[in-house]
Design a protein around this ligand. Structure first.
Ligand code: ADP
Ligand code: MG
Length: 389
């Protein structure tokens, strides 16, 4: 059952780290605007995480927070600007082209099961291709597959994703399948190469509400039955709580809080996680959450200095606009990147940002002197006049 301690299988059952990322960063160059500006989108900045066997790690955040970019970096579909990966304890040359060996261990399942299957081929074709490329599990020599062994491997895969009877589903074409069934085929195709790690990018957000739970439970079963390490990327923190062992909350390209799923959702330490949770979970919501009325995520070409959340944060202090907060340990396995956790700040650093902004404007030195830059206005100021006054 989901949420209970998983029964693990395989040599990595002790929960050893399979994949480790350190300081992963991806900046997409953008440029040639009509204003002549060139710059970079700070899509993922300095993210470190480790993925143990038999555990589901959820990456949670609003649309545009860099979740898919992180998933692609972990799958090595794109090359990082900087940072390192280690798979099975071995360092990967991050900028080297990903080989088949890596793809065999780390598989990515995408959001849209309608786009990921070829409409002119049946299910069997979709599963036979990776089986042939990577060799049928348990069969003798690669390249010497008999069709009986392939049929058995296809049937086994369909059974693992609960598409039964397998021979019926193997012969179906994508248009004959529901969205949930298509996503199960996409998961079966990923499983065909016997990966250790499954990266699932918003795997249920395009599915009908009624069938989402079934696909989530399938991921939970794969963790428990097969000891897979799973990354569950989602904008929906409620589903992350349901499915995941660990939650990492992303905001504007950075991880701002991480910890056991129940702790992060019951005792959120970071103001952004608190904001995400305050947006009432709505099972009928199909679209990514945007927390309207409380500001919007920043432009990632020119992200706010310091804590990227500070322009939206009800607790913003002067320091928040000046320096990136370090990850602070707030409990067992629980950490949050917020200056509120630092008891050693000076009174000036703790000054509420809006008040500090007013002060620095009032006390502006004569022109020519090096004036401190006033922090940007707090977007909530307009919405809730007098709140900070
Ligand atoms: P999420 O999956 O959380 O919605 P993404 O990883 O898709 O976020 O995007 C993060 C940021 O990176 C967004 O601002 C997006 O526009 C930008 N981005 C993603 N891919 C590219 C790309 N290939 N080129 C330029 N910018 C990109
Ligand atoms: Mg995405």
């Amino acid at each position: 059952m989901i949420g209970q301690s998983p029964v693990l299988a395989g040599p990595d059952a002790a929960g050893g780290t399979l994949l480790e990322a350190r300081g992963l960063t991806k900046h997409f160059p953008v440029g040639g605007t009509r204003f002549g500006g060139h710059g970079v989108v700070h899509a993922v900045d300095d993210i470190s995480l480790s993925l143990p066997a038999g555990r589901i790690t959820a990456i949670v955040g609003e649309s545009g927070s860099g979740k898919s970019t992180l998933a692609k970096l972990l799958a090595r579909l794109i090359r990082p600007t900087s940072g390192t990966l280690a798979l099975d304890g071995r360092a990967i040359r991050a900028r080297a082209r990903a080989g088949r060996g890596y793809a065999r261990r780390v598989q990515l399942v995408l959001q849209d099961p309608f786009a990921s299957l070829n409409p002119i081929h049946d299910v069997r074709y979709h599963l036979v291709r990776p089986l042939k490329l990577h060799g049928i599990p348990g069969s003798a020599e690669r390249g010497q597959h008999r069709s009986g062994a392939l049929d058995q491997a296809v049937a086994d895969l369909l059974g693992r994703v609960s598409l039964t009877p397998p021979d019926v589903f193997a012969a179906k074409y994508p248009h004959e399948l529901s969205g949930g069934q298509r996503q199960r085929v996409a998961i079966a195709r990923a499983l065909a190469v016997e990966p250790a790690i499954l990266l699932a990018d918003e795997p249920v957000s395009m599915l009908d509400v009624s069938i989402r739970l079934g696909v989530l439970n399938l991921l939970g079963d794969l963790r428990e039955r097969e000891g897979l390490a799973i990354v569950y990327v989602t904008h929906d923190i409620a589903s992350a709580r349901y499915l995941a062992d660990t939650i990492a909350v992303m905001y504007a390209g950075r991880i701002v809080e991480t910890g056991p799923a129940a702790v992060v959702t019951d005792q959120p330490a970071h103001p952004y996680t608190q904001l995400l949770l305050s947006a009432a979970p709505d099972p009928d919501r199909g679209q990514p959450v945007t927390l309207r009325g409380r500001g919007a995520p920043p432009n990632l070409v020119t992200p706010p200095p310091g804590c990227r959340f500070h322009p939206r944060c009800p607790h913003a202090m002067l320091i928040c606009s000046q320096a990136v907060p370090p990850m602070a340990h707030t409990g067992a396995g629980h950490a949050s990147a917020c200056w509120l956790h630092d008891a050693g700040l000076s009174a000036a650093q703790r000054a509420p940002l809006t008040v500090a902004a007013v002060r620095s404007t009032r006390s502006a030195p004569p022109s020519g002197a090096a004036a401190p830059q006033p922090p940007p206005p707090h977007p909530d100021d307009a919405a809730e006049p007098g709140k900070e006054a």
